[in-house]
Design a protein around this ligand. Structure first.
Ligand SMILES: Cc1ncc(COP(=O)(O)O)c(C=O)c1O
Length: 393
């Protein structure tokens, strides 16, 4: 298999697996237990928290382990907005149209409960304009949530600039809005320093950087108004109830540590392969159009539209050749559902329904890229013939 869907998930790193194994075996204790095996488990969670904090540039007490990116994002958005509202700070939230559904739907949940929401757009590259966020800030704005890197087109968002705008705007009571970023796609490709970014909350998902599935990280700046999503025991400093996934937490920290090493060198190598793929596609597939990002993009992401093709058809054809890529759109009951990100970028619907995301990983090789380029033109041609005739009109 040639796996080019690393933005969807990644293989567990060997060091993450090693870090997890003891806690799937003899060291099975509950970290709340006051006896030896419990204390060992608590020690593993504490040490993982220290590791994560040193990588993100924060205090250990500001790191909360969760069940994944979706939970971290929901916890941050709902937890902060509701607490700010209860503190009388207001009920207005700002987000962008290109967020992952975890963020968009969490904000929608708030809207259904009476919050007012401003959704800023994006330019053709898939980039949010900080000035648009500054213009949307109101005295009753409690939360701004803007992702760090887009999962569909790889555009890196100007989060530090957004933070400067948000921090510079206080209302009459001296409140300022808080800033959350969904950084799920960043580890391994970008250095993540919460102080340099200037965020109050940041979400990560371990399986995107070689950690296990079902574990995540939420950075929550000290003294951030917050109400938990889950109610129960007092784990995770009262911020996330439930017995800790000790093996998952140990694997998450080990994976983040490995992903954080050699970011620049990994980026250079993978960017060169991505460019080889882009240039090869543009030279060999008539009509192919790259979507979005040209500068300030994740080095591993390439989103291309093949007009006249239904992307699901092409994904199926490539799968039959042993190549795993992701479709940028879905077709259900003969209705095209183009990506909300591409639509927000102003991509035409005919182009959007034929979009494919290639996302490379650190183990992707030049031979794999060449093997994809060898079969892609023929498969696009066959997919065009098998796609709805209206698409090629
Ligand atoms: C940018 C972004 N945010 C959030 C998520 C959700 O992460 P998870 O599915 O691990 O909960 C994803 C996963 O695709 C993502 O790419």
């Amino acid at each position: 298999m040639i796996y080019l869907d690393h933005a969807a998930t990644t293989k567990l790193r060997a060091d993450a697996l090693q870090a997890m194994l003891p806690f799937l075996g003899e060291q099975f204790g509950n970290p709340s237990g006051l006896y030896a095996v419990g204390r060992e488990a608590q020690g593993a969670v504490d040490s993982a928290r220290e590791t994560v904090a040193s990588i993100l540039g924060c205090r250990a007490s500001e790191v909360v382990f969760t069940s994944g990116g979706t939970e971290s994002i929901n916890t941050a958005i709902r937890g902060i907005a509701l607490a700010m509202q209860r503190a009388g700070a207001g009920g207005h939230v700002i987000t962008s149209a290109i967020e992952h559904h975890a963020g968009l739907h969490a904000v929608q949940y708030l809207e259904e409960r009476g919050f007012e929401v401003t959704e800023v757009g994006s330019d053709q590259a898939g980039r949010v304009d900080p000035a648009e966020i500054a213009a949307a800030l109101r005295p009753d704005t409690v939360l701004v949530s803007v992702m760090l890197a887009n999962n569909e087109v790889g555009t890196i968002q100007p989060v530090a600039e957004v933070a400067a705008m948000v921090r510079g705007f206080t209302n009459e009571q001296g409140h300022r809005a808080l800033l959350h970023t969904d950084a799920v796609q960043a580890p391994g490709w970008l250095r993540i320093d919460v102080e340099a970014l200037g965020v109050d909350a940041l979400s990560l998902s371990a399986h995107k950087f070689g950690g296990p599935k079902g574990t995540g990280i939420l950075y929550l700046r000290k003294a951030t108004p917050f109400t938990p999503l889950l109610h129960g025991g007092g784990q995770e400093m009262q911020k996330r109830a439930g017995t800790e996934n000790v093996a998952g937490i140990a694997g998450t920290a080990a994976a983040l540590e490995a992903a954080s090493l050699g970011v620049e060198e990994r980026g250079r190598r993978v960017r060169a392969l991505r460019e080889r793929l882009r240039e090869g596609i543009l030279a060999s597939v008539p009509g192919a159009v790259p979507n979005g990002c040209q500068v300030d993009c994740l080095p591993n992401n390439l989103n291309v539209s093949f007009p006249g093709v239904e992307s699901d058809v092409l994904v199926g054809r490539l799968d039959a050749q042993g190549i795993a890529v992701s479709s940028g759109s879905a077709c259900s009951n003969s209705t095209w559902e183009p990506s909300h990100v591409l639509m927000a970028m102003g991509v035409h619907i005919r182009q959007a329904v034929g979009s494919i995301r290639f996302s490379l990983g650190e183990e992707t090789s030049g031979e794999e890229i060449d093997a994809v380029l060898a079969v892609l033109p023929g498969e696009v041609e066959l997919a065009r013939k098998a796609s709805t005739p209206a698409l090629s009109a």
